[in-house]
Write a protein that binds this ligand. Structure first.
Ligand code: NAD
Length: 489
């Protein structure tokens, strides 16, 4: 039983202002696994004040100082790697192998990428007589979800540190164990006091207080579109930068010349991985209408690969995160049946032998039409919808007929056609002839439409934490060589 009852403020573990606590449930057992303190507005004020005080000195540190700190964080992270895996698995139900190979491993890659970008980044550029400078945006409020808890915190914390920003992190109340370990790592790595602060709590109190805080310059939010909209509304009156990484309902177009056996199995794997709780999951599989029966047969053949099981056992997927999520998934599976989609595998109820824990049957629907609820709403569970298309134009039309635009996938034999189709999809990331598990952590990641604003990861994600300044007349000699401001330089 873990007890994390203090917040990390100004380089120390401090007692919270209020007395509310929150029980963290292990989704595999439904037992209480730990308890955290829930923050109040005053805790946010304390954290923001610490970050504000630390900003003038931290923002003026050299590239080398920040690189040294990132290097120390990597070293300490490696010593806590096993603790991190255990915490992630316990709080959100990821199988241990997935915690080790993906959930806890990718953050090391993110830290290395932040270092690489920082090493080579041009913070200044002289254009004629004008100097364009990029500087840290200021105090950042970071709000993250539970589904890939450390990856999604690190997507913000690493570039914020690398650019010279200071920050207040509010992790999800459903995944506070890994956040606690992350804060302990940063503490051990001697992040200067006030640069990184962490307040646990819920969205309506801590999340809202961060969003509306006048002393925060930027909010970087990852979570549902519903909460992301709320953050933007609350942030509007202080005109802070709002970065949103939100939900998805990603299409996966399988063209008629694709290797169907491979493409269907990989598409299923992309949906079932992490028990379907992946924002970029290819949840709408688009196949030629005439080949729906063939696709259904492949689903039957590979279904056993995705059987859920206990996170401690060597299973492909564990439970979903909590009872609320489990109930919502059940309702949406019920909707799929009610609205007339063909249930190929799975369905409502718990899988046999897994009555304890929030386990969901891997579920696949065929003959789904794009107006059905299961084709429109993000389910965030192991549920795949297979839709038929008449021709390539029809496939592209269906793919784009969604309010989301986070990711998309195209599979096919003719690479020219695959590229052309990929280019016509309105989504922030389009993966060609590969699966949702083939991630490029250096490529910009983020959404079109209601999937968000801005991009994370790699150099573009680093730039999200920078403000831009133009110093006009910086180089007077150059100015004298340029008679007019023609804008051609
Ligand atoms: P959520 O929106 O419920 O919560 C995310 C975070 O926001 C949590 O820390 C929560 O406490 C906080 N929050 C909730 N309401 C808030 C409010 N009104 N104001 C401020 N903060 C608030 O999402 P979740 O259930 O934790 O995560 C699942 C969602 O996240 C899915 O929709 C998924 O697609 C999305 N997601 C997106 C990405 C991406 O990069 N685009 C990545 C992972 C998950």
């Amino acid at each position: 039983m873990r007890e994390y009852l203090n917040f990390y403020l100004n380089g120390k573990w401090e007692e919270p202002t209020g007395s509310r606590t929150w029980d963290v449930i292990n989704p595999a057992t439904e037992a209480v696994a730990g308890r955290i303190a829930m923050g109040e507005i005053e805790d946010v004020n304390r954290a923001v004040a610490a970050a504000r005080r630390a900003f003038p000195s931290w923002s003026r540190t050299t590239r080398e100082e920040r690189l040294a700190l990132l290097g120390r964080i990597i070293e300490v992270y490696q010593t806590r790697f096993n603790d991190m895996c255990a915490a992630i698995s316990e709080e959100m139900g990821a199988p241990l192998w997935a915690a080790e190979k993906v959930q806890a491993a990718a953050p090391l890659g993110q830290l290395n990428i932040a270092m690489e970008v920082l090493k080579n980044y041009k913070f200044e550029e002289l254009r004629g007589s004008t100097m364009i400078q990029r500087e840290p945006i200021g105090v950042c409020g970071l709000i993250s979800p539970w589904n890939f808890p450390v990856i999604l915190m690190m997507a913000k914390v690493a570039p914020a540190i690398a650019t010279g920003c200071t920050m207040v992190l509010k992790p999800s109340e459903y995944s506070p164990f890994s956040a606690q370990i992350l804060a302990e790592i940063l503490d051990k790595a001697e992040v200067p006091p006030g640069v990184f602060n962490m307040v646990n709590g819920d969205g309506v109190t801590v999340g809202a207080a961060l969003s509306s805080h006048p002393d925060i310059d930027m909010i970087s939010f990852t979570g549902s579109t519903r909460a992301g909209v709320d953050v933007a509304v609350k942030a509007a009156s202080t005109v802070k930068r709002v970065h949103q990484e939100l939900g998805g309902k990603s299409p996966n177009i399988i063209l008629d010349d694709a290797d169907f056996e491979k493409a269907v199995a990989a598409g299923m794997q992309g949906v079932m991985f992490n028990s379907g709780q992946t924002c970029l999951a290819p949840t709408r599989m688009l196949v030629p209408q005439s080949r729906m029966a063939e696709v259904t047969n492949i689903v039957w053949r590979v279904a056993a690969n995705f059987n859920p099981g206990k996170p401690t056992e060597n299973t492909f997927m564990g439970p979903v995160v909590n009872e609320r999520q489990w109930t919502r998934i059940q309702e949406l599976i019920g909707k799929g049946i009610e609205e007339g989609a063909t249930l190929v595998i799975g369905g409502t109820g718990k899988p046999a032998g897994l009555e304890q824990g929030y386990y969901v049957k891997p579920t696949v629907f065929a003959n789904v039409t794009n107006d059905m609820t299961i084709a429109r709403e993000e389910i965030f569970g192991p549920v795949l919808a297979i839709l038929g298309y008449d021709n390539v134009e029809d496939a592209i039309r269906i793919a784009n007929d969604t309010s989301y635009g986070l990711s998309a996938y195209v599979q096919g034999g003719n690479m020219d056609r695959v590229r052309e189709v990929g280019g016509r999809i309105r989504a922030g990331q389009v993966t060609l002839n590969a699966s949702a598990l083939d991630i490029d952590l250096t490529a910009p990641f983020g959404g079109y439409k209601q999937s968000g604003n801005g991009r994370e990861w790699g150099e573009i994600g680093f730039e999200a934490f920078l403000e831009m300044k133009a110093l006009i007349g910086y180089e007077p000699a150059a100015a004298s060589l340029q008679p007019s401001r023609s804008g051609n330089d």
